[in-house]
Design a protein around this ligand. Structure first.
Ligand code: SF4
Length: 262
């Protein structure tokens, strides 16, 4: 982008600012993309902005690594510390605009040490792709960092108990405080309960904006729900929630994206 072009963009933003009560908003993703364009008149300034962003991301990565170290050796829930293969901290961009929160690791996540890698996780990855995100662009974490234990010889996963969630929640709060995403997405009722302490039917919670610590929070169904209920109407509900997220992040949405699952 040349300096005259950048001047035009800034002038347009100023016109929007004059016409509205609120200043025009721009997500960090949108700003990063704008900054990625070399400015012919002042390349040094452009480099400085990109470097600032890299330093910020590195700082957040270091802070997250320190929390991860504490989680790795955490034994606050003695029964889970005994039964887990490993802790499952979180994955993705430490400087993400968008952060997803699930409930707890399942058997696959416990084995691999990464959240959302089983069938539900693969579906989440496909949803992200439809939003034009890679997993590395966003941050994904769970309320609980250890797999809820199961009786010997039984299969499947169980939801975390309120006590387990309350015990582990401070780690998630630290992750959110470090990452400072522009938008949070809670996946499923258990994640909502762990994050907000609210118990309500998903049909009443999903599809509208809530807030967590002043961060816009979208609540939607857990991908596992979509695996159980494959009706296009349910997929469309989740997709409409994600369209709201894209709009909130001020990212462009194609006509094709708008019409998914219609
Ligand atoms: S679930 Fe959380 S609080 Fe409990 S032992 Fe695991 S890391 Fe620690």
């Amino acid at each position: 982008m040349t300096q005259p072009a950048l001047d035009l963009v800034i002038a347009a933003l100023e016109r929007i600012r004059e016409k509205n009560d609120r200043a025009p908003r721009a997500s960090r993703t949108a700003l990063a993309r704008l900054q990625a364009f070399p400015v012919a008149a002042s390349p040094r300034e452009a480099c400085t902005s990109a470097t600032d962003r890299q330093l910020q991301a590195q700082n957040k990565a270091d802070l997250l690594a320190a929390v991860r170290e504490r989680v790795c050796v955490c034994t606050k829930c003695a029964h889970l510390a005994c039964s887990r293969t490993q802790t499952v901290f979180g994955v993705g961009n430490p400087d993400a605009d968008l952060m997803f929160i699930g409930e707890a690791p399942g058997a696959d996540e416990d084995q691999q040490g990464e959240p959302f890698v089983g069938r539900a996780g693969q579906l989440l990855t496909r949803i992200l792709k439809a939003m034009n995100f890679a997993r590395e662009d966003v941050y994904i974490a769970n309320i609980l960092k250890c797999r809820p234990d199961m009786p010997a010889g039984s299969f499947g996963n169980r939801p975390p108990t309120p006590t387990e969630m309350q015990t582990c929640r401070p780690y998630l709060v630290e992750q959110i405080n470090i990452i400072q995403p522009s938008v949070l997405v809670a996946l499923g009722a258990v994640a909502v309960e762990g994050l907000l302490g609210t118990r309500a039917a998903m049909r009443e919670l999903r599809g509208r904006w809530h807030t967590y610590n002043s961060i816009p929070l979208m609540i939607t169904y857990h991908p596992a729900y979509l695996l159980r209920n494959q009706a296009p109407s349910e997929k469309r509900k989740v997709w409409e929630d994600m369209l709201q997220v894209l709009e909130r992040l001020e990212l462009s949405i194609s006509e094709r994206q708008r019409n998914y699952f219609l």
